[in-house]
Structure formats: structure tokens, C-alpha cells
Design a protein around this ligand. Structure first.
Ligand code: C2O
Ligand code: CU
Ligand code: CU
Length: 505
């Protein structure tokens, strides 16, 4: 892999920062301005929100000067949308960004040519079952001074979604600059469970970043000035809800944590110190059938985990949230006795497995890495096909397909499909050399058991190196053009993304 060039201004050493001196911020709840008619739907109106994309200066840590970021609505993460299942909402996303980008654009990438405006934005609701005209197609970007109004029907199960930028060729930079936020859908089935709620339900948005010693964002670049793209960006500092090393004061009782991996490329592996126990109750697309006791939670970029932690037996102590050896945040458990009426039910929601026999079609799709003659990564592809080639995947609306994701690369790629939810069927190792030379798929070994917390509905799945991961996808929702891609944003921006189209039968 090409080495990143040494930054002009050195990066901040994480060990130079005092830990756990800032309280954990909680993003504000978005407030509608009123109601408006839903375009194209006679007689239907919905709450109307307006959110501006704009540059801000934000304190990421008590001892750092403010950092220049790009936000939705003036904070990073942006405001959280609270929605009820089946109750739509309208958002006007206004581009009020400055005319110059704050991070280094690679004009050699498709969609980011010198002829395109430097600053562009378009918003996608990740995990949303959204009509195509409101889904934030990567080429539907618009420039400062313009806005678009999108309609989100929210006709889906209760879960945690997130919105983020999706602009062709600069998506990784816009998101690194801060352009993301949460969107929660609730429903009666979930309300009835009496899970911890209100101030006992806490979102945790995880993002890694590098900062320069002057507190400003540092994004890695290659040594080639004309092609600054790097295949992966990993930061040494970890923001939780936009703060470095925050702390949270908790009562000795149950809490529900809604966790998002919003990083460009980092995989988090979460655990608690001091004997803290986690129960995972949900994943990307809602509740699991039953809680799963987990000692560590793997989260690839784009994935979410819904966790319940009971601090009752930890009165007066402290506990850290870790990712491998990184300290992310601290919990300070108060000593006062409290009554906790919330529940961790033994059964959450039926999640029937989709039978393989329901699939009308199986597609075999490869994940490929292109290397240059000195074995440096030139980028990744899906099915050896760049973005601009004609659409090859055209599932029929309301049918079910199996996608066999054949990973020929040496990395795990989190693969995400827009509009749909799916289940992971299995993972199996295979002989990649034989596949590449003879074109035959020969499995080596049986299927690798899925983790219990991967048995629910998903929208992003880890496709492990040299492994075939099979997913089963009911294409239920709307006809039209969508995308599927790797959620490592550096890969997505450099051709590891393809359009697909849901067609009417
Ligand atoms: Cu998180 Cu194409 O999305
Ligand atoms: Cu998405
Ligand atoms: Cu990838």
C-alpha cells in the first residue's frame, strides 16, 4: 500500500490530551418548522424541517482550540430526527457551505474532476426505505446556495438510521469534515417493551479523526500531489458524539445505548472495563429476536448496535468504553440508590429467517482489488465494473434474491445496499486463486457460524477477506435507481460503488 505523506503540520499526539474532562454531548432533537404538503402525493402533508449544511468552529476537547468542521444544522453530529413508523417527514437540506473545500480533493477520481465544483453536497438516509428521488443519489449533488427537499416515509420497523453526505468523488471528505447525524424510528411494538428511554437512552456516534497540533482536521494524503487519494484513513483520536474522551454520569440502573460506527474506515470492537456487561438488543434494521449477551461488539463503518448496559451492580465506580486498546469514553456511576422500572425483556420481536427457497435469483458478485505493478492498491471494484458502466443488477420489485459476495481481496469490506433490508445467510472460505485463474468457486471448509448479533435484519454486512458472504434480500419498497457499495468511504469514493435498479415486474 502507498504510504501516506508526512503531514505539513504535525499531528496531535493522543497522549497529550487530558482524558475524561468533557461531558458527553447529546445531539439536539430536530424541530419541525410546521407542516407542508408532500410533493406528488395529493392530500398528504408532513412535518417540515429545514437543515443547513454549514461550516462551524467546534470545541472537540477542553484543551484544544476550536476545530473547523462542516455540519448539518450547526453541530457535529447534526440534529437527531425523531420519527414514528409510517409517519413521513420532509426535510429541506440547504447547502450553505463555503465555496472552497477544507480537505484535499483528488481530481483524478471519477466524479471529482477539475470541471466539477469543488464544494457539493447531497444527503442520504442510511437504512431508510426511501423513494429514489429522495435517496440522495451520488450524482444528484448541488452547490452552495441551492437546496433540495426530500421526503422520508419512515414506513419500516423501529430502528436507528443515520443521514450523511453521499457526494460522488468527495463523500469521504465531506463526512470526515463532519456531515452526519442520526434518525430514529420508533413504533408501538418497541414502546411496549419498556426499554430504558428518555434520559436513559443515549446515542453514541463513533468517529476516528486525526488532528494537527493546532487542533484542525488532518486527513491523510498520498505522496503524489496530483493523486492525494489514500486507500484507508484511520485516525488516532476518537470522537464520541463529537468530543474526544468524554465522560457520562450515569445512575446505577439500565441504560440503552444506540451506537453508530460513523468512521470512514475504522472497524470498532467495543467492550467495557471493570466487568461491565452488554446486552445487544438490536442491529442495523431494528430489534433482534432476543437479547444477546456480548463481551465485545464488532461494528464496521455504517453498522449500528442497540445495547443495554445495567450499571446497578457498579454503584460508585467507573467504567471505560474501549475499542480494542483505545479508550473511547468513561462512565461514572453514581452511588445513590435508584428504582429502575425499565426492562430487558427476554423476547423482543419475531425475526423469522427468510428461507433460501424464496429467492428467485442468485447473483454472484465479486469484490476486487486492482494493484499497480509494484503491488500498491489502485482501488477496489465491485464485480470488476466501474461506476459509470451500464446498470447490471436489476432486481424485480417485491421479489427476493440471494447475493453471493465473493471477496477476492485481502480486506474485510462492509457492503451496504440502499433502500432494502436483508439477512446474512452464511460465510464460507473459498479458494480465491482458483477462482481468479479458472473461474470456479470451490469452497474450502464449511460455513462459518454467524455471530448471534448478526441474525437480525441488516443493511450493511461485513464481507470478510477471501470469503463468500451470502445475503438474502427482499426487494420490497420502491422501484427506481439506487446504489450499493462498500462503506469504507475511501473505497466507495474510488469505484467500489455501483448503481442498481429495482424494476417493476
Ligand atoms: Cu451509509 Cu450509501 O450509505
Ligand atoms: Cu445507505
Ligand atoms: Cu471496501
Amino acid at each position: 500500500m502507498p504510504k501516506a505523506a508526512a503531514p505539513a503540520i504535525p499531528n496531535l499526539n493522543p497522549d497529550s490530551l487530558a482524558r475524561f474532562v468533557d461531558p458527553l454531548p447529546i445531539p439536539a432533537i430536530a424541530r419541525p418548522l410546521g407542516r407542508k404538503a408532500v410533493p406528488g402525493q395529493t392530500g398528504l402533508d408532513a412535518p417540515f424541517y429545514r437543515v443547513a449544511m454549514r461550516e462551524i468552529m467546534a470545541k472537540l476537547h477542553r484543551d484544544l482550540p476550536p476545530t473547523r468542521l462542516w455540519s448539518y444544522g450547526g453541530s457535529v453530529p447534526g440534529p437527531t430526527f425523531e420519527a414514528r413508523g409510517g409517519q413521513g417527514l420532509l426535510v429541506e437540506w440547504a447547502n450553505e457551505l463555503p465555496e472552497k473545500h477544507l480537505l484535499p480533493i483528488d481530481h483524478s477520481l471519477h466524479g471529482a474532476e477539475k470541471s466539477t465544483p469543488e464544494v457539493r453536497g447531497v444527503v442520504h438516509l442510511h437504512g431508510g426505505k426511501t423513494p429514489p428521488e429522495s435517496d440522495g443519489y451520488p450524482e444528484d449533488w448541488y452547490v452552495p446556495g441551492q437546496s433540495r427537499t426530500y421526503f422520508y416515509p419512515n414506513k419500516q420497523d423501529a430502528t436507528l438510521l443515520w443521514y450523511h453526505d453521499h457526494t460522488m468523488g468527495i463523500n469521504r471528505l465531506n463526512i470526515y469534515a463532519g456531515m452526519l447525524g442520526l434518525h430514529v424510528i420508533r413504533d408501538e411494538a418497541e414502546d411496549a417493551l419498556q426499554l430504558p428511554r428518555g434520559k436513559y437512552e443515549i446515542p453514541l456516534v463513533l468517529m476516528d479523526r486525526d488532528l494537527r497540533v493546532d487542533g484542525q482536521l488532518s486527513y491523510p494524503v498520498s505522496p503524489d500531489d496530483a493523486k492525494p487519494w489514500v486507500p484507508e484513513a484511520f485516525g488516532e483520536l476518537h470522537l464520541v458524539n463529537g468530543k474526544l474522551f468524554p465522560y457520562l454520569e450515569v445512575e446505577p440502573r439500565k441504560y440503552r445505548f444506540r451506537v453508530l460506527n460513523g468512521a470512514n474506515g475504522r472497524f470498532y470492537r467495543l467492550s467495557l472495563t471493570n466487568g461491565g456487561e452488554m446486552h445487544q438488543i438490536g442491529s442495523d434494521q431494528g430489534l433482534l429476536a432476543a437479547p444477546v449477551s456480548v463481551s465485545a461488539v464488532n461494528l464496521a463503518p455504517g453498522e449500528r448496535a442497540d445495547l443495554v448496559v445495567d450499571f446497578a451492580s457498579h454503584r460508585g465506580t467507573q467504567m471505560l468504553l474501549m475499542s480494542d486498546a483505545f479508550e473511547l469514553m468513561q462512565f461514572r456511576v453514581s452511588g445513590a440508590a435508584v428504582t429502575d422500572t425499565s426492562a430487558l425483556p427476554a423476547v423482543l420481536r419475531p425475526v423469522p429467517r427468510v428461507a433460501e427457497s424464496e429467492a428467485v435469483l442468485t447473483r454472484r458478485l465479486t469484490l476486487d482489488e486492482q494493484l499497480n505493478p509494484v503491488a500498491e492498491s489502485m482501488g477496489m471494484l465491485l464485480n470488476k465494473t466501474p461506476w459509470h458502466m451500464p446498470i447490471t443488477e436489476k432486481p424485480v420489485l417485491s421479489t427476493t434474491e440471494i447475493w453471493e459476495l465473493v471477496n477476492l481481496t485481502d480486506d474485510t469490506h462492509p457492503i451496504h445496499l440502499h433502500m432494502v433490508r436483508f439477512q446474512i445467510l452464511d460465510r464460507r472460505r473459498f479458494d480465491a486463486f482458483e477462482y481468479m485463474t479458472a473461474g470456479t468457486l470451490r469452497y474450502v471448509g464449511g460455513s462459518i457460524p454467524l455471530e448471534a448479533n448478526e441474525m437480525g435484519w441488516k443493511d450493511t454486512a461485513r464481507v470478510n477477506a477471501k470469503t463468500v458472504t451470502r445475503i438474502i434480500v427482499p426487494f420490497v419498497g420502491y422501484p427506481g435507481r439506487y446504489v450499493w457499495h462498500c462503506h469504507i468511504l475511501e473505497h466507495e469514493d474510488n469505484e467500489m460503488m455501483r448503481p442498481y435498479e429495482v424494476v417493476k415486474s
